[in-house]
Design a protein around this ligand. Structure first.
Ligand SMILES: [Ca+2]
Ligand SMILES: [Ca+2]
Length: 307
């Protein structure tokens, strides 16, 4: 016996099912397609942001090159030291700032060219740590990390015997640093200490002098054990208008002749920080720029997103 009503019902349900599946497939395709488009847009925006950042780097290079033609000294009143306010670009904006890295304490000064600990610099680093309210022991520990031997210095050293006993265990670098972030590996170093210290330290290739015109307050204080806070404030006030007129006059009564000899009024190493935002993409480029005596500026280290 035929049951036409029931067959029609099955046909109807089948048709509805097919139509539902077709809709689902279409929706999925549209969703995938939208994701693909979005992904491609982000990749394009990222590429573009990197190009903008490199463009900003070229601009910074020309500013530093020009600065060398215009002046013999480097101080915080010069054009390169002025932060670039946000500039609009297509779909976003770009910010930039150049910092004098020789206003910081160069950790690689802790050793001489043969990799032996240089005591005057270790003492200066101790004074810097004290000025920042940090444990001065880190100076000896950092010196051991960088110096070429594996004999722990006394009383504040730490060599392989300490680090190989840690979990996970590791060894000391026993060579100059390429990044200050290596200090995070030091025995006893924690994030809070590193954060306080970081704005005042740098890892530059070889030994460098401090630029008195741009040194941070803590670095100025580290120049001599008898340097007081009012001394530092006086120095900062004195250099405000356009750097020190005569470093020797300003510092002779405050530091030893040795330290005075190492003070400089111009700079070789700068760091550019560029932030580019395009659409939802944001990148940060850090670029260490070295300026030769003839004014040629070369990027020697680039990194994205980290210090
Ligand atoms: Ca200058
Ligand atoms: Ca060592």
């Amino acid at each position: 016996m035929k049951r036409p009503g029931r067959n029609r019902g099955v046909a109807l349900i089948t048709a509805m099912l097919i139509s539902a599946i077709a809709t689902m497939v279409a929706a999925n395709l549209a969703w995938d397609n939208a994701l693909d488009v979005r992904r491609t847009m982000v990749l394009l925006a990222r590429d573009q942001a990197v190009q903008v950042a490199l463009g900003a780097e070229s601009w910074a290079i020309s500013i530093l090159h020009q600065d060398m033609q215009d002046s013999q000294t480097d101080h915080l009143g010069e054009i390169w030291a002025q932060e670039l306010p946000g500039l609009p670009i297509e779909g976003g904006e770009v910010f930039g700032a150049i910092e004098d890295l020789q206003g910081r304490f160069n950790l690689n000064n802790l050793v001489d060219q043969e990799g032996r600990v240089e005591n005057e610099s270790v003492e200066q680093f101790q004074r810097l740590l004290n000025a920042l309210g940090l444990d001065p022991r880190f100076a000896g520990i950092a010196a051991d990390w960088i110096d070429s031997n594996v004999d722990a210095s006394f009383p504040d050293g730490a060599e392989d015997s300490i680090y190989t006993g840690m979990s996970p265990s590791y060894r000391t670098a026993n060579q100059p640093l390429t990044s200050v972030s290596e200090l995070a590996a030091l025995e006893g170093m924690d994030r809070a200490t590193f954060r306080v210290l970081e704005p005042h330290i740098v890892a530059l290739p070889g030994r460098t002098g401090v630029n008195a015109n741009t040194a941070t307050a803590a670095v100025l204080q580290s120049l001599d054990e008898n340097m007081t806070l009012p001394d530092v404030e006086g120095l900062i006030q004195e250099r405000e208008a356009g750097g020190f007129t005569e470093i020797e006059t300003s510092f002779a009564s405050l530091v030893t002749p040795d330290v005075l000899n190492r003070l400089e009024e111009s700079t070789q190493f700068f760091r550019l920080k560029v932030i580019v935002r395009i659409d939802t993409v944001r990148i940060t480029l850090y670029s260490v720029l070295q300026r030769a005596p003839n004014g040629t500026v070369t990027p020697i280290l680039r990194s994205f997103g980290t210090t």
